[in-house]
Design a binder for this molecule. Sequence first.
Ligand SMILES: *Cc1c(COP(=O)(O)O)cnc(C)c1O
Length: 381
Amino acid sequence: MEQKPFIPFSRPWIDETEIEAVSQVLESKWISTGGRVREFERAFAEYLRVKHAIAVSSCTAALHLSLVVTGISVGDEVITTPYTFTATAEAIRYVGAKPVFVDICADTLNIDVTKIEQAITPKTKAIMPVHIAGFPCEMDTIREICDANKLVLIDDAAHAIPTEYKGHYIGALGDLSAFSFYANKNLTTGEGGMITTNDDTLAKPLRTMRLHGIDKDAWSRQSKRTMWRYDITTEGYKYNMTDIQAAMGICQLMKLNKQHERRQNFAHIYQTELEKFSQIKTPTIPENPAEHSWHLYMIQLQNGDRDDFVDAMREENIECSVHYIPLHLFDFYQKQYGYSVGDFPNAESVFERVVSLPLHPGLTENDIHTVIDTIGNLLSS
Ligand SMILES: *Cc1c(COP(=O)(O)O)cnc(C)c1O
């Protein structure tokens, strides 16, 4: 029998524009933080209709700096979800604070806002929601809880570009929002991240902190006579983005709506066809479907073994993935914070059944139908 073509789970959407833009940066010989980073930040802020965008080296760095700049430190608690990538809680640990997990809603897979208040203690300083797969969290309710309890709202928006919530983009609703441009994200620079905020008093120190606490970056110094002179005005970190990454980011941002249309279309096809299978729970969709970024398309198997399913798909040359192993099931989180199996039943039961299907703009409708047909054959055999 003819070998079926391989359908990868995820691939960056790169073409000649990125290659050309990166080559220009290399030829210019200004390869670290400079004009391209400024340009990317301006375009990113404009796209999200938010006042400030501060480019950094990763989303993990963006989350870390957001906690530093809002004064969260040793002994504090930050409320977040166990149903996320480890980076979310890892950043909380960087400042010596404790990640306090709150279980998720079984349908949206986002933090259950009705359970947040009971997790608040005098040590709680911030809430860090994650828009899983690109489904917007209930930002109005989270904002109310933050205001009532004087908490900072830092959202992990790694999946949420472009995600909308009641007419605003995610990135304009938190006190600070953190984006990821890792290789598999909707907008990629290989590695990279962005902090967005409408707060001038947070944006200014963030621009300094991301590059060693130096008051002016090398780019603005080079035009001055005493270009070697600088001051260290805040605590600093080595979290700056390079012009090589930013050049790629600018191209990716220009293609963002186009890639979103493709993801939406594929998700719609998956949804329409997979709803016909009683053995599959398709993902919950926002009331306004356009709000979803469709970073991931996550189904839940109603019966049968999830690992067997993923293996069987792989046999058919279709690569699936699983998001996420809940953080409280990991050895480190159990040892460090005393979490254990059974603590967050919704997160655990979703994890047992969940499968992420291939979804990226480089696929074709044909590929999506191949995935659907293969699932159909597997379920009937
Ligand atoms: C990818 C991801 C991160 C980390 O992003 P980096 O840019 O690799 O640091 C954080 N949170 C979530 C939910 C992610 O998916």
